[in-house]
Design a protein around this ligand. Structure first.
Ligand SMILES: [Zn+2]
Length: 197
């Protein structure tokens, strides 16, 4: 099992907005592989903040991002999910590290990393500007992923607006589509179906 980072909160130094870097686990993972190699690999930005920081695009307000401190336990209460903005990486700055990280991942003999490579391949190819290598199945996978991300945003917007009906409708659709996605793309390539992760 690769230790997962469920939340990887970064914060704008200027306006204080939260940015959820767990939404960029592929990019962060490739940077870790590029700078640290495959041994002891884990998800999330813990310990590689100094490499990540210069690669992140600034906040909408123009401020730079920094890894969020967890000032006290209350910040991590499950009843108060800190939905953050989805941060962006500066594509040109990220590219060389992403290429190096992907090469490490593809060359790895570690089964966990091979699974991760299979899971990430479609998005990694796009990230590396190698879209022409995508199979039809991978293109479909990316479209489904895009729809899931948009539904996730719909849910968060509806919740913020206090529109419970809309949030529930979007959530139901998310579960439905998410189930299809998992059956088709996560479990299909897994010889031990049901033990994803
Ligand atoms: Zn800001």
């Amino acid at each position: 099992m690769i230790p997962a980072a469920r939340s990887d909160l970064w914060q704008c130094r200027q306006c204080g907005a939260h940015h959820e870097l767990a939404t960029r686990s592929l990019e962060v993972g490739l940077v870790r592989l590029a700078v640290d190699g495959e041994s002891g690999f884990r998800l999330g930005s813990d310990g590689i903040e100094a490499h990540i920081e210069p690669l992140l695009a600034p906040c909408a307000c123009g401020g730079r991002l920094t890894r969020g401190q967890t000032p006290n336990e209350t910040a991590t209460e499950p009843s108060q999910p800190a939905f953050g903005v989805r941060p962006r990486f500066a594509a040109e700055a990220l590219r060389p590290l992403a290429e190096r990280g992907w090469a490490v991942l593809e060359a790895s003999a570690d089964r966990r990393l091979a699974r991760l490579a299979a899971l990430w391949r479609s998005r990694a190819l796009v990230l590396l500007g190698r879209e022409d290598e995508l199979t039809r199945e991978q293109q479909l996978e990316l479209r489904l992923e895009g729809r899931l991300a948009r539904l996730q945003a719909d849910i968060e917007r509806a919740r913020e607006a206090g529109d419970d009906d809309a949030a529930q409708a979007a959530h139901a659709r998310y579960i439905e589509l998410g189930t299809t996605f998992v059956r088709r793309f996560v479990l299909s390539g897994d010889d031990r179906a049901g033990t994803a992760g």
